[in-house]
Ligand binder design. Structure first.
Ligand SMILES: [Zn+2]
Length: 195
């Protein structure tokens, strides 16, 4: 197989400047009985904790082919990706994965088992990919996708993939498809962004 795709999702800017409770400028310091730097409001006492974000997606399989979407948004505009995106408040990882598939590909799917869990501490994210069975060849890609298409495993555009989480998940899938056994894969992608 070929070289990994360049990177994963960019981390969001994490330090907020003003208190979202009272509007006072925040101080960056270690609060009492804590051991990490936090954004603290000296006016109202609010501590604005920041924690990793979840990205949820699917490996959508239609017969012997995998469904990929070509990104119409930055980062990685024009690159191919598995349907995936940031989890929304109030939904489960499974619901988020199905929602992203609907938004990005307009594909009908039956969600399968959780397949990869990828810690990406450098990007302050955890990624979850489910296996999924596509139940119709009809695709209706949304505004976040330039196009959506099915690829035979031997035709996956390895050098045109968007993120390492996507390329590593697909590499696991291609490897496991040889045996037909798809165990869960849990691993880290600790490398810093290379581009
Ligand atoms: Zn405040």
């Amino acid at each position: 197989m070929t070289s990994p795709a360049p990177t994963f999702y960019f981390p969001a800017p994490r330090t907020q400047t003003y208190c979202s409770v009272c509007g006072t400028a925040l101080t960056r310091r270690v609060p009492p009985e804590d051991n990490r730097m936090r954004d603290v409001c000296d006016q109202c006492g609010a501590i604005h904790y920041q924690n990793p974000r979840n990205v949820v997606g699917v490996v959508p399989i239609y017969g012997d082919r995998v469904l990929l979407c070509r990104r119409a948004i930055e980062p990685r505009y024009g690159k191919w990706t598995l349907p995936a995106g940031f989890m929304e408040l109030g939904e489960t990882t499974a619901q988020g994965a199905m929602r992203e598939t609907q938004e990005e590909a307009g594909a009908q799917i039956e969600l399968g088992k959780l397949y990869t869990i990828i810690d990406v501490p450098q990007a302050e994210q955890v990624h979850f990919f489910y296996l999924a069975k596509v139940t119709s060849s009809a695709l209706y890609p949304g505004p976040e996708s330039l196009e959506a298409a099915f690829f035979r495993l031997e035709d996956i555009p390895w050098n045109e993939l968007s993120f390492r989480t996507v390329s590593s998940t697909l590499r696991h899938y291609v490897e496991d498809a040889q045996s037909g056994v798809f165990p869960i894969h849990h691993y880290d992608l600790p490398e810093p962004d290379s581009q």
